[in-house]
Design a protein around this ligand. Structure first.
Ligand code: TXA
Ligand code: MG
Length: 329
């Protein structure tokens, strides 16, 4: 891990690191973020591994301006008004992903929405412009630790799990951004921050509700933070494919058979996805939500999922698969 003071040169290098799929801790006016190229699913997967997060919660994607946000999400009238008042600044908006949104589905944890923010910090601004890609960044701390407001906090919490720390002193606010969900009919604040619901309400001319999460990892998933689950039932630890099932494979399927006879590898393209042929958990995490969506078709009786080792990122993958399986029980 390299800790470097933010300068024209080091920002250029940080941008190159990001484009290269590496993790860079970046200063913002709220807290330090653990940044990765949001277009690169494996880089995003590395964020979860570095944080030791046992769950895939959706991440905030950072862009330099409203125009860059518009390439990712649909900005309705409320969003435009909020953006012109509070961006750049300590406010995140949750909005519907555009149909052609290029951001990895892992950032959305499979949801049809994406959290976007335009930070005001000068270093973050310069870096985002230089990188030219949207940057996914949760707070740069290990899961369960408090959010870092100095480069030293990042170092103490993440150590060598981050490739570079772009150091720019203490964060001005020291409190995470306000998270405003504008994807539904009523504007809802999901996380309190510097910008209050009252201020937002004044700009929009409508009531803004608070629906705060209990903690970073909500205790009762699905209550506030809605999780993606396929409409088709999910069957875990499959060792063969039953009639009418699709297969979500992991690793080699050379010895995987179909109950009705024949090899799983001969299944039609619409019914077969492999999270990672080489059994790489980073690749599997990057593919998870996209492939679940691909196989979530009414013609399939269920999605059979092969066993995934319960270690490292496998823990987060299995957490999500177990929830998907439980959704139909
Ligand atoms: O100030 C901040 O927001 C910092 C800096 C680095 O920008 N970032 C940050 O990210 O605090 P994180 O991942 O620690 O918190 C993101 C919050 C979580 O509570 C997450 O559940 C929520 O935003 N969130 C993100 N995307 C969402 C979505 N599509 N739907 C609902 N909630 C979402
Ligand atoms: Mg956090």
């Amino acid at each position: 891990m390299r800790m470097v003071s933010a300068s024209e040169d080091s920002i250029k290098q940080a941008a190159a690191y990001l484009k290269d799929g590496k993790l860079v801790a970046i200063p913002t006016e709220t807290v330090y973020g653990l940044g990765a190229n949001a277009l690169d699913g494996e880089a995003v997967a590395r964020i979860f591994a570095a944080k030791g997060r046992p769950q895939f919660n959706p991440l905030i994607v950072h862009v330099p301006d409203v125009a860059a946000a518009e390439k990712l999400v649909v900005l309705n009238d409320h969003a435009k008004a909020v953006a012109s008042q509070f961006w750049p600044g300590p406010l995140t908006m949750i909005l519907p992903r555009r149909e052609d949104c290029p951001v990895s589905e892992l950032c959305s944890a499979g949801l049809p929405t994406l959290a976007v923010r335009v930070p005001a910090h000068k270093v973050a601004q310069t870096l985002l412009k230089e990188a030219g890609v949207p940057v996914a960044a949760p707070s740069a701390n290990r899961s369960g630790h408090i959010s870092p407001t100095t480069p030293q906090h990042v170092h103490d919490s993440l150590g060598d799990n981050v490739d570079m720390i772009l150091a720019a002193g203490a964060c001005q606010n020291g409190l995470e951004s306000t998270v405003l969900d504008l994807s539904g009919y009523v504007p809802v604040v999901l996380r309190a921050g510097h910008v209050s619901a009252e201020e937002i309400s004044d700009v929009l001319g409508v009531d803004v509700a608070y629906e705060l999460e209990a903690s970073e990892t909500p205790k009762s998933p699905g209550q506030l933070l809605r999780h993606y689950a396929p409409r088709v039932p999910v069957r875990l630890n499959a060792v063969e494919v039953l009639d009418g099932e699709a297969l979500l494979a992991f690793g080699s399927i050379k010895f995987m058979g179909r109950k009705s006879g024949g090899a799983a590898s001969d299944m039609p393209e619409t019914a077969l996805r492999n999270l990672s042929e080489s059994a790489d958990l980073h690749e599997a995490a990057a593919n998870l939500f996209r492939m679940m969506h691909d196989l979530d078709r009414p013609e399939h009786k269920a999605i059979a999922v092969m066993n995934i080792p319960d270690q490292g990122l496998g823990i987060a993958i299995n957490d999500r698969l177990k929830r998907a399986a439980a959704a139909h029980k």
